[in-house]
Design a protein around this ligand. Structure first.
Ligand SMILES: *Cc1c(COP(=O)(O)O)cnc(C)c1O
Length: 407
C-alpha cells in the first residue's frame, strides 16, 4: 500500500495564477497498479476529452511509459492530435458522425470502433485510400447507446467478413460498454457479460478471429473477480479512464481503497482579504450574510474556469503563510470569475497572517478536499468535475524530476 504523497502547494514566484497541477508520477503509479490488477490483459488507457481535463498528450505519454498498451479516445480528431504530438502507440477511436474524417484516421493508423453504418463508411474509405482499416466491433449488450444490437449483429458481422476477404478491413477487436459496473450489487452487469459472450460466439461463427475482447471500464476493472464480474467473463483487454486519473468510480470508496493516487490538484491564490461587519451580504443574490464581524477572502476562480456554479458550500483549503492551513466552505453564489470564503473571525486581514496571496486548493490529494466532495456539492460525479476545468486554467505538469513544466 503506497502512502498518498503529502501536498506541497506550488509557491514558486511566477507560478500560474490558476493551475491544475497534474502529477504524472501519480499517472504512472496508477497505470502500474492497474496493470497488476488485470494480469496479462491489454490495458487501453482512455484519454478522451483531453484526458478528462488532465492533458491528453502528457498523460498519454506517461501512461504508455508506465505500461499502457494502447490509448483510447472518443473522436478521431482527438486521436489525430495525439499523432501530431508524435505518439505512435496503437490508438482506438469509437465515436463517429457522418462527417468524421475516416480518411485521416486511416492514414494516421487509428483503429476504429464501429457499430453499424460506420463499418461501411470505413471500408469505402479504405478502398479509396488504398489501405486496410483496423476495426473493433462495438456491441450494445444493454447500455442502449451506440453499439450494434444483438439482433443486427449477424448482418454486421457478415459484412465485416466480406470486407476482410476484400482486404479492406481487419477486425481486431470486439467490445461493449457496461451500464452499472459502479453499482456492484446490481445484476445487469452479469446479464451484459453473458450477452457479450453470445456476441463473441456469433463473431466466431461468422468466420472472424479478433484478437481483443474488451468490456470493462474503470469500475468493471476494479471490481473484476467479484460476484458481479466473474474473472472468466472479463475478456482479455480493459478500457480504463477514471482510474488512470486516480479517482474512485464508486462514491462510497476513496481512491486509496483501490490504491490509486489522485492526479489533479486545482490551485489558485487568495487575491483579496477584507474586514466586513455583521450582516454583510455576499455575492449575487445576497444569499449569504455574515453573522458577526468577520474577514472575507476572495478566490479568483469561477464557472468560467469550470467550477460548477451550483456547488455553493463546496470545500476549499487555504494555506496562509502565517497561520494554520484550514478547510473552509464557499459562501454565497459562485460567479463567473470569483467566489468567496468567510474566514470566520475578524482581524485576519492583518498581513502577519499571510492570507493575501495564500495558496488555495479546491481539490487535490492528501488532506485537500477531494474531487468527490466537489461532485457531491455540485450534484454530479467526479468525472465531470475534472473534465470541465476550462482552458483558462493552466495545466502544470509535475514529473519524476519534480521539475514543473507549463502548457
Ligand atoms: C469513457 C469510456 C471508457 C472509460 O470509462 P471509465 O469509467 O472512465 O474508465 C471506456 N469505454 C468507453 C466506450 C468510454 O466511452
Amino acid at each position: 500500500m503506497s502512502a498518498t504523497p503529502s501536498f506541497t502547494p506550488v509557491l514558486a514566484p511566477g507560478a500560474p495564477e490558476r493551475m491544475a497541477v497534474i502529477d504524472l508520477n501519480a499517472v504512472r503509479h496508477n497505470v502500474r497498479h492497474l496493470k497488476t490488477e488485470i494480469g496479462e490483459r491489454t490495458l487501453i488507457a482512455v484519454v478522451k476529452a483531453d484526458a478528462y481535463g488532465h492533458g491528453a498528450i502528457e498523460v498519454g505519454r506517461a501512461a504508455l511509459e508506465a505500461g499502457a498498451d494502447m490509448l483510447g479516445v472518443a473522436h478521431i480528431r482527438e486521436g489525430l492530435s495525439l499523432r501530431r504530438a508524435g505518439i505512435d502507440a496503437p490508438l482506438l477511436a469509437w465515436m463517429h458522425t457522418l462527417n468524421s474524417d475516416f480518411s485521416r484516421a486511416l492514414t494516421g493508423n487509428i483503429e476504429l470502433g464501429v457499430s453499424g453504418w460506420d463499418l461501411d463508411a470505413v471500408a469505402e474509405t479504405a478502398q479509396k485510400v488504398g489501405t486496410r482499416a483496423v476495426v473493433h466491433i462495438k456491441v450494445d449488450t444493454g447500455l442502449g447507446r451506440n453499439g450494434c444490437t444483438l439482433a443486427d449483429l449477424p448482418a454486421l458481422l457478415h459484412r465485416a467478413r466480406e470486407y476482410e476477404e476484400q482486404n479492406l478491413v481487419t477486425v481486431r477487436g470486439v467490445f461493449t460498454h457496461l451500464a452499472v459496473a459502479d453499482e456492484p450489487a446490481r445484476t445487469e452487469t452479469l446479464t451484459q457479460l453473458e450477452a457479450f459472450n453470445a456476441a463473441v460466439n456469433h463473431v466466431r461463427q461468422a468466420g472472424l478471429n479478433p484478437e481483443l475482447f474488451h468490456i470493462a471500464n474503470t469500475p468493471g476493472t476494479l471490481m473484476h473477480g467479484q460476484e458481479a464480474i466473474p474473472e472468466e467473463l472479463l475478456g482479455n483487454a480493459v478500457r480504463v479512464g477514471l482510474g488512470v486519473y486516480g479517482l474512485s468510480p464508486i462514491s462510497s470508496h476513496d481512491p486509496e481503497d483501490f490504491e490509486l493516487q489522485p492526479v489533479m490538484t486545482f490551485q489558485t491564490f487568495i487575491n483579496s482579504v477584507k474586514e466586513v461587519p455583521a450582516g454583510q451580504g455576499v455575492s449575487y443574490g445576497l444569499n449569504y450574510r455574515t453573522e458577526t464581524p468577520t474577514t472575507l477572502a476572495l478566490v479568483p476562480v469561477g464557472y468560467a474556469d469550470g467550477v460548477p456554479r451550483v456547488a455553493s458550500n463546496a470545500p476549499v483549503r487555504i494555506y496562509p503563510a502565517g497561520a494554520q492551513a484550514q478547510t473552509y466552505q464557499v459562501v454565497g453564489r459562485i460567479a463567473m470569475d470569483q467566489m468567496v470564503i468567510d474566514l470566520g473571525k475578524p482581524g485576519l486581514s492583518d498581513p502577519e497572517f499571510g492570507y493575501l496571496g495564500a495558496p488555495v486548493v479546491l481539490f487535490g490529494n492528501g488532506e485537500n478536499p477531494s474531487v468527490t466532495e466537489w461532485a457531491e456539492a455540485a450534484g454530479t460525479i467526479n468525472y465531470e468535475i475534472v473534465t470541465r476545468i476550462s482552458s483558462r486554467v493552466d495545466r502544470v505538469f509535475i514529473d519524476e524530476s519534480t521539475s514543473t513544466s507549463e502548457s
